[in-house]
Design a protein around this ligand. Structure first.
Ligand code: COA
Length: 330
């Protein structure tokens, strides 16, 4: 098996900042409620940028940081639940825009855990020797599936994209990973696609309008999250000889500060181990972890040899975590 290293990160976010006070003008809410229940203060919302455009921006930024050209890519995976089109996939559209002519491309939907799923899939291709270099992008525009009259969800979700480049390397950058799902709890977080509709369906009931928006049972998702986050973190350490106290940074899915604090408490860890940028970005689903990763990398928060855990949960319900050694730098 080959080693896999993370060699670059990137991100791209819409320009428009929407504050809690802005939302209080649209729905019956307040900065106080949103801040105290979630930690979110503001978020970025598309004013026309598409999921593909955000993904392309993140891809370009990651290639620049990895100092490779698009033609070096063997694989592009885009984790998204909010593509612009059924066809072609977002990954194929990214390929076209950046000129990654040698890459195999596909999208993957594991909701907010999508980026960890994407990294996991890409790693397997590199470990086995099938591919040498892969680009994984988490790109979301949750604002287009958010009901802007529903105060229970519209205060949470946001738009953005982040990316990472993985490559076969000398050192073991990706040390371990786990992904999993619990489809039995899928009803907690849903967003319907098209119902059956074709010439042969005569039953009018299928033509009834269905919601196009995200529905969430916040309490159930909360309970799931505070249980799986600590479990995933501990599972990634199993069999690695690395203990929790050796970990330098944990980058959690940026859904809710209370969830992150509860996970830290369960693990007896100082909350400062967990990187948090959700006050500025809200919940960008599959983009939240790579945006945070890129933000930390660009701010030189990592030094060579640092041990980092990425951990996420989301619709499906899905969960996952990855243990990485930072191999870049001096
Ligand atoms: N502003 C003001 N009041 C609001 C509100 C808002 N934006 N949203 C809901 N409320 C009200 C509710 O209507 C309810 O009022 P009621 O008691 O009169 O019925 C009250 O606030 C409490 O609502 P509740 O849903 O019990 O709040 P909560 O403490 O569970 O917090 C969440 C709600 C969504 C913040 C919380 O459940 C959560 O974070 N869940 C996890 C969600 C998540 O991470 N999703 C992403 C998955 S990737």
């Amino acid at each position: 098996m080959f080693n896999v290293e993370l060699i670059g990160t990137g991100s791209c976010i819409p320009e428009k900042v929407v504050t809690n006070d802005d939302l209080a003008k649209i729905v019956d809410t307040s900065d106080e409620w949103i801040t105290s229940r979630t930690g979110i203060k503001e978020r970025r919302i598309s004013t026309g940028e598409t999921t593909t455009e955000l993904a392309v921006g993140a891809a370009r930024s990651a290639l620049e940081s990895a100092r490779i050209s698009a033609e070096d890519l063997d694989l592009i995976i885009v984790a998204t639940l909010t593509p612009d089109d059924y066809l072609p996939s977002t990954a194929c559209q990214v390929q076209k825009h950046i000129g990654a002519d040698n890459a195999a491309c596909f999208d993957l939907n594991a909701a907010c855990t999508g980026f960890i799923y994407g990294l996991t899939v890409a790693s397997q291709f590199i470990r086995t020797g099938m591919y040498k270099t892969a680009l994984v992008i988490g790109a979301e525009e949750l604002s287009k599936i958010t009901d802007w009259t529903d105060r229970t969800t519209c205060v949470l979700f946001a738009d953005g994209a982040g990316a990472a480049v993985l490559q076969r390397g000398e050192q073991q950058g990706i040390i371990s990973e786990i992904i999993g799902s619990d489809g039995n709890k899928g009803d907690c977080l849903t967003c319907p696609a098209l119902p059956p509709r074709n010439y042969f369906i005569r039953d009018d009931s299928t033509k009834e309008s269905r919601s196009e928006y995200v529905y969430m049972n916040g309490r159930e998702v909360y309970k799931f999250a505070v249980t799986v986050m600590p479990e995933c973190i501990l599972k990634t350490l199993e069999g690695t000889g690395i203990s929790l106290s050796d970990i330098d940074h944990i980058i959690p899915h940026q859904a809710n500060l209370r969830i992150i604090d509860a996970a830290a408490k369960k693990l007896n860890l100082d909350a400062s181990k967990f990187y948090v940028n959700l006050p500025r970005f809200g919940n960008t689903s599959g983009a939240s972890i790579p945006i945070a990763l890129d933000e930390m990398a660009k701010a030189n928060r990592f030094k060579k040899g640092d041990l980092i855990i990425l951990v996420g949960f989301g619709g499906g319900l899905t969960y996952g975590a990855m243990l990485i050694k930072w191999t870049m730098g001096e």
